[in-house]
Every structure is written in C-alpha cells, then in structure tokens.
Design a protein. Structure first.
Length: 354
C-alpha cells in the first residue's frame, strides 16, 4: 500500500455553493483525486463539509484547504477553517487559470475547477493564509469605502457638468445632483474621521502610521491603505514580494532575437494598493528634490513619464516596508541606502504573495 504524504481539499468557491475535491499525493509523487462534493456556502454548509471531510480523509495526515481568492465569497469559509485550526491556502485566480491551461482539460465546470485547484495544491508548496487582524480589516474596509465615495462623486460631477452644459438644463436634475454631491462629501469626511480615530486609538498602529507618513508624499490615508491592504505587512518577507503583491513588478517578454517586448508592470496584484501609491508618487515628484531628480533621469532615459512615475510608486512602497520593519523614521540617507543595498542581494528575492 502506497504511503500518503499530503492531502488537499480543492475548493471552488461561488456565491451560493462550495464545490470540493479531495486528493492525495503519495511518497512516489503520484497524485490521486479520490472524492468530490458540493455544499452550500453558508455556516451550516461549512459544518456539513467538515463532517464529510473527516469521514473520507486520512486522519493520520494533515489536510490543506486550497481555494481561489474569489472577491469576498471565500472569506467566511476561510475564517471558519482557520478558527477550527485547519491550514488554508488562498491562491490568486490568475495562477489557477494559467495552471488550468497546462492541463489536458477540455471541459470547464465547477467540478473540474475544484479538481484543478486540488492538483495545484498537491503539486505546490503554498503559504498558509492568515486571518486579517480586526484593526487592519477595519482600515481596509474604511479606505476602500472612501475610494468608492470618491469614484461616485467624480461620476456625479461629470453628470452635473454635462447637465449644466445643455441648451435647456433640467433644474430639478441639477438640484438632486448637487444634493448627492453634498451627501458624498459629508460621508467622505465621516470616513476620514473614523480612519483617524481608529489609528489614534491603537498606540502601535499610530506609531507605524507616523513612521510611514514620514516618507515624502505619503499621508495618513495612504499609510492607512498600505497597512490595511497588507494586513500590517503580515506574510510579506521582502520588498520583491511586496511589489509583486501590489502588481508593480516588472513583466518582460523576450526570446532570442525576434521576440523582444517592452517591459511593463504586471498589474497582477492588489489594485487598491497600487492605486493608493499614484498620487503620493506625483506629490513626491513635484515637491521633493530627490524624487524630482529620479523622475527626470528616468524620463530622459526612455521618454515615458508614466513609466518613471510607476518607478517612484514602487520606491515609495518599498520605503514604507523598510521603515515599518526597522521601526524607524524616514531618513533620506539611511533608508535610501538600505533600499539600494537590499536590492543588490539575490537572496532577498521571494515568492509572490497570494
């Protein structure tokens, strides 16, 4: 009888259901998918799934639960599993999609998706997912809410401008749009106040925020977004992993002499974190001589302003990580030197955060 060295439950998460597949990896590296099931994506369904897993899995081998990051629908189940003491691994959907294309699977269903996720988990060594701390989760919710309010306000401003520019504008429509604008402004101020109160309430969080805010161009909201989206840099082991998590890592396509694509950022990461670094980078370029010089040098090199601005975004994010880890206030000589030093060591390279 072959020895089982690893067992994984692949979970395809949807809004209303969980489609699962249990698989084994043996000592000779063979992989076997043994059972599939379907359960409601509800607390009652979670308990039924655990009962089913205990009945059919091997008790002597720990089991890993592997699932895709599907919006918010996976979070309740992931938290439930962590609270029960199980290992949970959450993988970015683009990784599963890329892996799916390498398999000889012609039919894509929830069942085949769960089988693919289980196989992926059996073949790979994945990091354990850590439940976000309550204070960082609140920060993430508030900063995302503020961003949504700003988007809604911009949309209404555009509609109001178009309405006023008409030959015969509707006065009632303009009045309602103006009222919605005032409401959104009040709500944004309320969210900012709650963010400030949340930070001031926790001494450690306030110290970390003050350190990150000492970096040129970064203010309270940006610092709160960075800490909220990274869960206080939990599971971030180095700068390369952080930039990959934000989608600010460089993607290149080159083969021989005939294929040579232009380098670009991957954008395969946390869009909220990436977006939060845009305005701070522009502010640093405009008001800080050091970053103004970096921007000018990069633009003179390749002539693309946005590419140079992205490089400053990446640098600011890496500096935020450095001052957080070192528990120090930003110093242009010391921290810039650390950034240059660590970027020269290949040993600092790490895997992509899920």
């Amino acid at each position: 009888m072959k020895t089982i060295v690893k067992q994984v439950l692949g979970v395809d998460v949807a809004q209303k259901e969980l489609v699962v597949c249990l698989g084994y990896r043996y000592a000779d590296l063979d992989i076997e998918l043994t059972a599939s099931g379907q359960f409601p994506n509800t607390p009652k369904g979670f308990h039924s799934l655990i009962t089913w897993v205990k009945r059919i899995s091997k008790a002597e081998v720990s089991i890993d639960f592997v699932m895709e990051a599907t919006g918010v629908y996976h979070e309740k189940f992931a938290v439930f599993l962590v609270d029960k003491g199980y290992k949970v691994c959450i993988v970015l959907p683009n990784k599963i999609s890329s892996y799916f294309r390498t398999l000889d699977v012609k039919t894509i269903t929830d069942k085949t998706s769960s089988q693919t996720i289980a196989t992926f988990g059996l073949e790979r060594k994945l990091d354990s997912w850590v439940k976000p701390q309550a204070i960082y989760k609140n920060l993430r919710q508030l900063t995302r809410e503020r961003d949504q309010l700003i988007q809604e306000r911009t949309m209404i401003k555009n509609q109001l401008h178009a309405e006023r520019a008409e030959a015969d504008p509707n006065v009632s429509s303009i009045r309602r749009a103006e009222k919605r604008l005032e409401l959104l402004k009040r709500q944004e101020k309320e969210v900012i106040r709650q963010i400030a109160e949340l930070i001031a309430y926790d001494e450690k969080l306030k110290s970390d925020t003050d350190r990150i805010c000492s970096i040129p161009g970064i203010g309270l909201i940006t610092a709160a977004t960075i800490l909220g989206e990274t869960n206080g840099f939990n599971l971030i082991r180095n700068k390369k992993q952080l930039t990959s998590y934000a989608g600010l890592d460089i993607r290149e396509k080159q083969s021989g002499t005939s294929v040579k694509g232009k380098p670009s950022i991957s954008k395969r990461g946390n869009k909220h974190l990436r977006k939060a670094m845009h305005l701070p980078a522009l502010a640093a370029i405009r008001h800080n001589p050091r970053y103004k010089g970096i921007f000018a040098r990069l633009v003179s090199k390749h002539g693309i302003k946005m590419k140079a601005a992205v490089a400053v975004q990446r640098k600011l994010l890496e500096l935020a990580y450095i001052v957080f880890k070192n528990k120090s206030i930003y110093d242009s000589q010391k921290n810039e030197g650390q950034l240059l030093e660590t970027s020269c060591h290949p040993s600092q390279a790490g895997s992509t955060a899920a």
